[in-house]
Design a protein around this ligand. Structure first.
Ligand code: KG4
Ligand code: ZN
Length: 344
């Protein structure tokens, strides 16, 4: 079975081809970062328009890279949500139309399920059950992953996502969008402990997160009339350390609470090197294992959508001809792959 997958939920247009026997055959992507940078964030209408321009050439490029023709494709998977509704609809309409034209089934994929399953693309994929720390621009959650489609939410953020906290504080430091990687770069020149920003919710039990206080603390620091701009790297380091410490502590708490010994890290913030290093050390101390997707599969891509799509298509799951996308879609509403979702 060979699946072509399309991702268009936010500001990356991406297409991948995954074969159940031969693995990942193609993975191509166009990032819209340059387009949105001017506005300091993603402009939904611009995102949709650019997906319309990029997706068909990306499908052609992915087929060529996979050395495949449409006759080799046995199903089409697409991100149906959650995300920007206009952006999602461009991918959903194209995927559904291609499947119709090619006479193969189409299957809708939950974007976060894609992130959760990205580590399956690595040579040593994690076993089930495990705990996943899902940290992206829109979400921060700890999930008990019992099997594909069987997800139990252990805790999530009450306000900003970790990626959002990176992006917003980066903006306060005058860094361009998207701020996460830029702030991480600046933090390399900063001194640990020069700024002691709040580590929210660490003093309380539970697996919830809250990052909005961090933004306020940084705002107070950098808007102080006596603030020396030469200390920007110290601020960046303080922010990164506070976010990383919080994520690591809660992830360890989640392993403790579930009694599981494997942690998977997923989502764009999973690309952060300080986080990867701290999680590697903390899991090693517990005798637990940690799995990271390679950097290019942490941020949005279609390979991860292909993994989820292939599992669902292989089980006979598919959507009918209506083109559906959802801006909101709770992860816990998913079920294990099954033949006809409408009938159960
Ligand atoms: O998963 P993703 O690509 O898109 C969403 O589904 O949100 O995550 C994007 C987020 C952004 O907030 C970005 O700043 C953050 O991931 N990010 C990072 C790093 N690379 C991406 N944050 C910190 N350090 C990084 N190296
Ligand atoms: Zn994402």
């Amino acid at each position: 079975m060979r699946v072509l997958a399309i991702e268009s939920s936010c500001d990356e247009s991406a297409v991948a081809v995954l074969d159940d026997a031969r693995g990942l055959l193609a993975h191509v992507l166009h990032s819209q970062i340059d387009e949105h940078r001017l506005y300091g964030g993603v402009v939904p209408e611009l995102a949709s328009r650019d997906h319309v321009r990029r997706l068909v050439p990306l499908v052609r490029a992915a087929l060529a890279q996979a050395n495949s023709t449409r006759a080799d494709i046995s199903g089409v998977a697409f991100t149906a949500g959650p995300g920007l509704i206009g952006a999602l609809l461009t991918g959903a309409a194209l995927a559904r139309s291609l499947a119709y034209a090619w006479g193969v089934p189409a299957v809708n994929v939950h974007h976060l399920e894609g992130h959760l399953l990205a580590p399956m693309l690595e040579p040593e994929p994690p076993a089930f059950p495990h705990v996943a720390l899902l940290v992206s621009g829109g979400h921060t959650m700890l999930v008990e992953v019992r099997a594909i489609g069987d997800y139990r939410l252990l805790g999530e953020t009450r306000d900003d996502a970790a990626g959002e906290a990176f992006d917003k504080t980066a903006k306060l430091l005058g860094l361009p969008y998207p701020g996460g990687p830029e702030l991480a770069r600046l933090a390399q020149d900063g001194r640990a402990g020069a700024y002691d920003f709040p580590r929210p919710m660490l003093d309380r039990p539970g697996l919830e997160f809250s990052f909005s206080g961090l933004k306020t603390a940084v705002s107070l620091a950098v808007k102080d009339p006596g603030f020396d701009p030469a200390r920007r790297p110290d601020v960046a380091r303080g922010v990164e350390d506070a976010i990383v410490a919080t994520l690591v502590a809660k992830a360890m708490r989640a392993l403790e609470a579930t009694g599981l010994d494997a942690l998977v890290v997923a989502g764009g913030v999973g690309a952060n090197r300080a986080l990867r290093g701290a999680l590697t050390a903390a899991t090693a101390r517990r005798g637990a294992r940690v799995h990271f997707p390679r950097l290019e599969f942490c941020t949005d891509n279609a390979a991860m959508i292909a993994v989820a799509g292939l599992a669902r298509l292989a089980a006979g799951e598919h959507v009918d001809l209506a083109i559906e996308a959802r801006a909101q879609w709770p992860l816990e509403s998913l079920a294990a792959p099954r033949p006809d979702p409408k009938e159960s």
